[in-house]
Ligand binder design. Structure first.
Ligand SMILES: [Zn+2]
Length: 279
């Protein structure tokens, strides 16, 4: 229950949602699910919402956590992927100002819109699409709200466990596969062991790529491939998937101003929280 509540508890920044946007959301139609986050009732998405979900302009501030769960479920089904609600109900996103469940939702929704806008299903296999979406959902699991520099300088348990090498990203991966190892959360159970190995490796590679300390290295590798990009080359495909998740992770700025702007305050709030603890 604790994990469930932390996954769907409203974020501290919810006060930023104005009456205006709430009304706009209601105008978009649909039936509200129960407000008790421990009981995820599927939310009926209106046609307008379903269409809006495919666009980068989607306004995530208008939605309650249980509604975002239904949107995630729709995105998976829409791409022909298997989704279990119990899987997300087990996820553990903390109530941080920035690295919370709404950020996870935004990154995943941007990935979903990129898949449609760039017709990625024509270029990638379904396993690649599953890896892209699952890595996005899991990429900041159990983020403590303190960055890698803090973890390393403060010699935290995570930094010690992962020898100062991407402590947070390694932790997000480990939490993800702990969740998927639960029998009722194993969304990969219909894959054979070889395919599972590929999905696990692919997901880990993408989540580890979100460490900004590796930004230059990943970008350089992509620049070397981009002029002669080969969709049949596994190395090229992996590099493109890494760039895609990196773009989605920092994609707030490409959204409309009213959607992007509140995230700046969230980021600053989390940063100053860290500075206060460290000084
Ligand atoms: Zn992130």
């Amino acid at each position: 229950m604790g994990a469930l509540l932390s996954a769907v508890h409203p974020v501290t920044t919810d006060h930023r949602r104005t009456q205006k946007t709430r009304l706009r959301r209601l105008a978009m139609g649909g039936q509200r699910g129960k407000t008790d986050p421990s009981h995820h009732t599927p939310y009926h998405l209106s046609k307008e919402t379903v269409e809006a979900l495919r666009l980068p302009a989607f306004d995530a501030w208008q939605w309650e956590p249980n509604e975002m769960l239904s949107c995630l479920e729709h995105m998976y089904h829409d791409l022909g992927l298997r989704w279990l609600v119990s899987c997300v109900s087990m996820t553990n996103y903390r109530n941080n100002p920035f690295h919370n469940f709404r950020h996870c939702f935004c990154v995943t929704q941007m990935m979903y819109s990129m898949i449609w806008l760039c017709s990625l299903q024509e270029k990638f296999t379904q396993v690649d699409i599953l890896i892209l979406m699952t890595a996005a959902v899991c990429h900041d699991l159990d983020h403590p709200g303190f960055n890698n520099t803090y973890q390393i300088n403060a010699r935290t348990e995570l930094a010690v466990r992962y020898n100062d090498i991407s402590p947070l990203e390694n932790h997000h991966c480990a939490v993800a596969f702990q969740i998927f190892s639960q029998p009722d959360c194993n969304i990969f159970s219909n894959f054979d062991p070889e395919a599972f190995k590929q999905i696990r490796q692919g997901t880990i590679t993408l989540i580890l790529a979100t460490d900004m300390a590796r930004h230059g290295e990943i970008l350089d590798s992509f620049k070397q491939k981009v002029d002669n990009f080969d969709y049949t080359d596994e190395e090229h495909i992996t590099c493109l998937k890494m760039v895609l998740i990196k773009c989605c992770d920092i994609s707030n700025e490409v959204r409309p101003m009213e959607v992007a702007e509140p995230w700046v305050d969230c980021l600053l709030e989390e940063y100053f929280m860290q500075v206060r603890v460290y000084s």
